[in-house]
Write a protein that binds this ligand. Structure first.
Ligand SMILES: [Zn+2]
Ligand SMILES: [Zn+2]
Length: 469
């Protein structure tokens, strides 16, 4: 080996020596610097094996003193490598003995060799690491950029949608405001008209009664005058009795009785439950008034039993044969109303009470009565359904689960043929349950399905509610 007398040893030495220490086992003979081990492949091109190899190489090129990649690596007699500065500092800290901090071997001198080969490899690894980091951070930046661009696009889309919604909400709440105003104006007009009519009737009755009573009083005054005259005549006759006077002294006919007027009767009429009376009258002017529907027996599935007045239906268990109308539902326990609608708006109420399942709504007149019913708008049904006692669904595609405030016992169905909507309400507090849009058919029929009775569990009838007359 060349002069080992000082730190500045012969260049290039050690290149062909077996490299010991941390590099032992990795390289024997010339290091395959260009052979790909440190050729900086892109992280994405490397497999796990490549990553492991690089980690192992870094370990081999790490100084045991500073635990970092070698800086100016030097090799001791024992063939261990350290940074030049690290070994010098180490030796300076223990001036008595000169040894290798790694293998503890005592060394004859503090001589070392610069290892250019290892130095070159370290430089290459460092450069690779820097480039790798650069590439990584560039990649991360690009990804972050794309992510932010996508986020920006999403934000812009959402903003656009929100702006559209804003326009829509302004427009539709304007329309709704006028609708609500119109509805209240109509109610006000009805109430005002009714108030006027009732007050007019009251004052007419009063006037009539006053006139009748005044007439009666005048008649009585005339009678009093007449009687007084007669009494006078009779006093005269008593003084000078004559035959002909006696004949006129016969009792006169009874006076006209009090005309049929009773203050009590009038008071009773206007002291009753006025609000209820007027509400009843107002209800009759409400449009649309609850439609007095009846069930169409010809459409009813053979196992359905209808009430005599055709307003209630229950599932009877045993299909009866012999009807066979083309309007009849053959597969499911359904029935339609006898009435169908093609224009205007209509409202009706259906009592479902404590039933545990039912289907209810509107069906197109063309629904297939022979097929198994698929409850959805595509098949001509706009309906709600109850299953398992408290699972309420809108029969849309896919179905929408509803969460009413309480279990509705009476449902209100509102069909607006012009707006093509079918809306459902809990008729007891008129809370809105669900609305379908786009309900179109030449004619739409109220539709009912009791579902099966399930051995009395669900045997309660469904009933169309009519307004009490
Ligand atoms: Zn070091
Ligand atoms: Zn050593």
């Amino acid at each position: 080996m060349g002069a080992v007398g000082g730190p500045e040893e012969a260049r290039g030495e050690g290149v062909n020596r077996r490299v010991g220490g941390p590099l032992c086992g990795l390289v024997s003979g010339p290091l395959p610097v260009e052979a790909g081990v440190v050729a900086c492949p892109r992280a994405t091109d490397r497999g796990m094996a490549g990553v492991r190899e690089e980690a192992s190489l870094r370990e081999e090129l790490t100084c045991a003193i500073c635990c970092d990649l070698f800086t100016e690596p030097v090799m001791l007699e024992c063939l261990h490598h350290f940074c030049k500065e690290c070994i010098q500092r180490y030796w300076a800290s223990c001036p008595r003995v000169t040894s290798c901090p790694q293998c503890r071997r005592e060394l004859p001198s503090r001589a070392f060799r610069r290892d250019l080969l290892v130095s070159g490899v370290v430089e290459k690894v460092k450069k690779c690491s820097v480039e790798e980091r650069k590439r990584e951070s560039q990649k991360q930046l690009e990804e972050a950029l794309q992510f932010h661009q996508r986020e920006k696009e999403n934000c812009l889309k959402m903003k656009h949608k929100a702006e559209q919604d804003l326009c829509q909400i302004t427009k539709s709440s304007g329309e709704l405001t006028s609708k609500v105003r119109a509805a209240f104006e109509r109610l006000h007009r009805i109430l005002e008209a009714q108030e006027k009519e009732v007050l007019l009737e009251l004052s007419r009755e009063e006037e009539e009664a006053v006139m009748r009573l005044q007439g009666h009083i005048r008649e009585l005054e005339r009678d009093v005058w007449e009687l007084e005259r007669k009494i006078q005549e009779m006093h005269q006759a008593l003084k000078w009795p004559q035959e002909e006077v006696a004949s006129s002294a016969r009792p006169t006919l009874p006076r006209a009785s009090q005309p049929p007027f009773s203050l009590q009767l009038q008071e009773n009429k206007y002291q009753g439950p006025l609000q209820y009376i007027f509400w009843r009258q107002m209800l009759r002017s409400v449009h649309p008034a609850p439609a007095p529907l009846t069930l169409d027996p010809e459409s009813a599935h053979p196992s359905l039993v209808l009430s005599r007045d055709l307003t209630a239906v229950t599932e009877g268990g045993w299909p009866r044969v012999g009807r066979g109308s083309p309007r009849q539902f053959r597969q499911c326990v359904n029935v339609l109303a006898a009435q169908s609608f093609g224009d205007g708006s209509h409202y009706w109420e259906v009592w479902v009470g404590g039933k545990t399942k039912w289907d209810l709504g509107v069906a197109a007149d063309w629904v297939d009565r022979t097929a198994r019913v698929q409850l959805c708008p595509e098949k001509g049904y706009w309906a709600l359904r109850l299953r398992n006692r408290d699972e309420y669904w809108a029969a849309t595609t896919p179905r929408v689960r509803l969460n009413p405030k309480s279990r509705p016992r009476k449902l209100g169905v509102f069909l607006d043929c012009e707006e093509k909507t079918v809306a459902f309400y809990d008729a007891e507090d008129m809370s809105h349950l669900f609305s379908f849009h786009g309900a179109v058919a030449p004619r739409l029929c109220p539709f009912f399905s009791t579902c099966f009775g399930d051995s009395n569990e669900n045997s309660e009838p469904m009933r169309i509610c009519h307004l009490a007359p």
